[in-house]
Design a protein around this ligand. Structure first.
Ligand code: HEC
Ligand code: HEC
Ligand code: HEC
Ligand code: HEC
Ligand code: HEC
Ligand code: HEC
Ligand code: HEC
Ligand code: HEC
Length: 404
């Protein structure tokens, strides 16, 4: 009897000791254990919760009750900066930080529904990985970049190191890196063996040593300047016209400033080569340098193949503009605009945009992610089909115009 009472007391003291928080629970926690218990649980399961940090370090202290919840501050990347200056700086120097700016710069973004952009249900839901300025934040409360890969409120390094953390955004129509990588030899080894480190995952190649500055040589659009290969530069000039970065006469437009501000392309050989050298050094940890260089050079060559087809298609549609069969929007040059995406007004331009954004992307992204199937059947083969369709449709339009 005495013995079990003694045992009970010891057990209770022990339980109290392990369950007692490092510091007394704040008002935030006490109330939120009832209001949002899973948020408190997640936070306490992560390192920040376990270090004794309080909710108020990110949300401020202005909100104190159920009635004044709108006074809770929602964190931005600036909130994390005082304690995580290194990651913040790397992020700011990289491509992710420009995600919101790049999205906003598209010619039709301003015409999309509020819920779709600011409300994060469409483009905005992924592009919130970028910095939203004060105007954007005033327009819509939610959306912070730093919980994109280590999700709130666990904020786990381990979670962010899994390739699945990138999957929500790097998948689908115009950037299926998840699909390409996971069905490549690299991904299949990961899926077969687990995270043993024998084959690379997204973070191995793009966030080496935890560096938050993601940046590649070619970028999303695969347009480097300058270009030594004159034939290739000819194709690229046509694509740049199709992006309205060059006007139909080949002169730079205001969109070139957007390219610079959004770090859309590397604009010097040195900048391009620096990223390439970093990547080659990573491949060379497992492969021979010669093997890795050959792999990447062949992927570069696939961009050129794709660009040749793309330029051909753009010129066919441009010809419809110069004949006056297709008419530009007011104030715009008489040339197809690839960046209007699915808001393109004619079927022939719809085909052209899909050729550019879905099929050209796959033809080279697949090559960089060691996926011959994407390069072939989802990439080059589809581009050839698009070109046939565009040629046929243009001929039909020219014939029809001649009849009227
Ligand atoms: C007396 C209870 C109570 C206290 C104390 C309290 N909260 Fe809340 N809080 C709530 C309730 C209830 C909501 C949900 C309101 C709603 O349904 O949108 C909320 C919402 C929030 C939100 C979400 C706001 C939004 O716009 O979605 C945050 C963040 C938050 N609280 C943080 C805190 C922090 C930090 C503290 C301490 C400084 C704190 N809370 C203290 C009850 C409380
Ligand atoms: C390290 C910073 C950080 C800390 C500490 C933190 N949060 Fe948050 N919290 C965030 C971020 C980031 C968001 C997402 C904001 C957005 O979407 O704009 C968020 C959003 C929220 C929301 C609204 C979104 C939702 O999913 O309902 C609530 C409620 C909330 N936090 C409660 C809490 C509570 C309670 C604590 C303490 C247990 C806490 N937070 C601690 C960073 C933090
Ligand atoms: C007041 C300082 C402070 C602020 C503000 C802060 N953190 Fe932390 N953070 C810490 C501390 C302390 C740790 C734990 C370090 C350790 O134990 O290694 C940590 C750890 C982390 C980790 C690593 C967790 C792990 O599993 O290893 C991540 C990710 C993280 N913080 C993200 C964020 C983000 C995102 C924000 C902003 C929304 C933020 N932090 C704001 C202090 C802070
Ligand atoms: C919330 C969505 C989201 C998540 C999660 C995400 N990304 Fe991104 N990523 C983007 C967006 C959007 C862009 C384009 C940014 C821009 O427009 O400036 C991008 C661009 C990139 C780029 C392209 C750099 C360039 O040169 O153009 C790389 C590489 C990249 N991400 C790697 C990753 C990796 C690795 C992960 C996972 C650890 C990841 N991303 C997680 C949305 C995301
Ligand atoms: C599923 C998430 C997702 C959605 C939805 C999404 N994007 Fe993206 N976007 C990304 C990712 C990821 C990248 C980077 C891809 C890469 O580099 O291969 C990107 C790249 C871009 C880029 C190129 C940025 C650059 O500098 O190279 C622009 C511009 C862009 N997106 C605009 C938009 C617009 C406009 C919409 C809506 C019509 C949209 N995105 C919808 C995830 C998304
Ligand atoms: C073996 C290394 C490796 C792995 C693993 C890898 N990538 Fe890449 N990635 C590359 C290379 C190489 C490029 C092209 C770099 C250049 O521009 O020269 C690239 C380019 C990109 C780009 C820019 C557009 C494009 O596709 O060309 C994005 C975005 C990207 N990768 C995201 C991811 C994501 C997300 C994952 C995981 C699902 C991933 N990568 C896995 C090597 C890798
Ligand atoms: C594209 C995905 C992604 C985004 C966006 C992102 N992180 Fe991370 N974060 C990671 C990955 C991956 C790791 C693990 C890196 C490693 O240890 O190799 C990590 C680790 C961390 C750590 C732990 C570092 C350590 O060594 O323990 C902190 C702190 C952190 N991130 C803060 C931030 C902050 C602050 C932001 C916003 C400015 C941010 N992260 C945005 C992917 C991301
Ligand atoms: C962490 C080690 C590691 C890194 C880093 C790595 N690889 Fe691999 N790679 C492997 C392994 C292991 C295989 C499977 C070998 C095989 O196919 O027999 C593989 C397979 C490949 C294959 C497919 C070979 C085939 O026969 O199907 C290509 C292509 C390739 N890697 C290229 C690259 C390139 C390019 C880079 C850098 C952008 C890179 N790898 C980075 C480990 C790595």
């Amino acid at each position: 009897m005495r013995r079990s009472l003694w045992f009970g007391l010891v057990a209770m003291t022990y339980l109290l000791a392990v369950s007692a928080p490092l510091v007394a629970a704040s008002d935030c926690v006490t109330c939120h254990e009832k209001v949002t218990p899973n948020i408190v649980k997640d936070f306490m399961s992560g390192k920040m919760g376990q270090s004794g940090l309080d909710c108020s370090v990110c949300h401020g202290k202005d909100h104190k009750s159920a009635e004044d919840a709108p006074r809770a501050q929602l964190p931005t990347e600036e909130t994390c900066k005082p304690c995580h200056g290194t990651q913040h700086q790397q992020y700011m120097d990289g491509k992710h930080a420009a995600g919101w700016v790049a999205m906003s710069a598209m010619p039709k973004t301003g015409f999309q529904p509020h819920a779709y952009i600011q409300g994060l249900k469409g483009c905005g839901g992924c592009h919130k990985v970028g910095v939203r300025d004060a105007t954007a934040r005033a327009d819509s409360r939610y959306g912070s970049p730093c919980d994109s890969c280590h999700t709130r409120h666990k904020f786990s390094r381990e979670e962010a190191l899994r390739p699945e953390a990138c999957r929500t955004c790097h998948m689908g129509f115009d950037h299926p890196q998840w699909e390409m990588w996971s069905s490549s030899k690299h991904g299949v080894i990961y899926l077969t063996e687990g995270d043993t480190g024998r084959a690379p995952k997204c973070q191995t190649c793009h966030m080496d040593e935890g560096n938050h500055r993601v940046m590649t040589s070619w970028g999303f659009l695969a347009l480097r300047l300058p270009e030594d290969d004159a034939e290739w530069m000819g194709y690229r000039a046509t694509i740049l016209k199709g992006l309205h970065v060059l006007d139909p006469d080949g002169n730079p437009t205001a969109r070139l400033d957007v390219v610079k501000a959004g770090k859309v392309a590397r604009l010097s050989k040195e900048e391009w080569q620096a990223e390439r050298d970093k990547m080659l050094a990573i491949c060379s940890r497992c492969h021979s340098g010669s093997y890795a260089r050959a792999q990447l050079a062949n992927a570069d060559a696939m961009i050129k193949e794709a660009d040749q087809l793309m330029a051909g298609a753009i010129e066919i549609v441009a010809d419809l503009y110069s004949r006056g069969i297709l008419k530009p929007e007011e104030g715009k040059a008489a040339y197809p605009d690839l960046l209007t995406f699915y808001d393109a007004m004619s079927p022939v331009e719809q085909t052209l945009y899909v050729m550019f954004l879905e099929h050209r992307m796959r033809a080279f992204q697949g090559a960089f992610h060691m996926n011959p199937d994407y390069v072939t059947w989802y990439g080059l083969a589809e581009m050839k089909r698009d070109l046939v369709e565009i040629r046929e449709e243009a001929a039909r339009m020219v014939a029809e115009a001649a009849r009227h």
